[in-house]
Design a binder for this molecule. Sequence first.
Ligand code: PRT
Ligand code: ZN
Length: 226
Amino acid sequence: MTPVRDRLRVAIQKNGRLSEPARALLASCGLSWRESPDKLFCYGESAPVDLLLVRDDDIPGLIASGLCDLGVVGRNVLGEQMSDLRAANRDASVSELRALGFGGCKLSIAVPNDWTWTGPAMLSGKRLATSYPALLRDWLDANNVQADIVELSGSVEIAPRLGQADAICDLVSSGATLAANQLKPVEDILQSEAVLAGPVRDFDPALAGIAEMLLRRLDGVMKIRD
Ligand code: PRT
Ligand code: ZN
């Protein structure tokens, strides 16, 4: 069992698109930290709220296991991991508590420019490359499409040119990467942004008050940002 803590631990991305905005948002909630020399842990000075700096993919699992209490992560990452759990008949143990208004992007189906898109049925029997197999599977099932999913951890956009897949399902923000690979977005399967993720279960009593304080401050900051 994880030992009971009396300081709230929030996981944020160490290096990447969400790192700076996540930290800035938490700082605007009146939090400040002292960094450890290895820069993996930040000790909260103005409130008992510490930061753990990690890969974004690890954040839902850290919350599920109770090693962290909250996390800032893309809805795409949280959704993928929770959908994967549900597909294995396990309960989704982490949920979205707040949408945070940055890191916006879409998870979209994209096809070669020369396809004339007539709808999801066009994907029947095709191979789709993605790093989001569970979310793609949900969408294919919802649209009654049988297609093969080719799971790739990166460079998904190049798969059609390499002959590895016929089309892709990937994150898009400006669309420049798709265009550079002669692909066009045809269906959006998820509107994503950074979210505050937290456990479905209640917080330990020792942490509930701190979590409430943080959520209250966050709601105040988000209201002003609107
Ligand atoms: O190291 P770690 O695992 O923590 O980081 P990571 O490489 O997995 O994540 P990172 O930092 O690239 O992205 C973190 C989160 O930012 C994602 O999970 C999304 O929630 C969000 N986000 C917002 C994006 C984008 N916009 C985005 N454009 N994540 C990735 N992209 C990719 C996109 O797929 C394309 O390949 O960026 C490229 C450029 O996009 P275009 O459309 O502007 O060309
Ligand atoms: Zn990642």
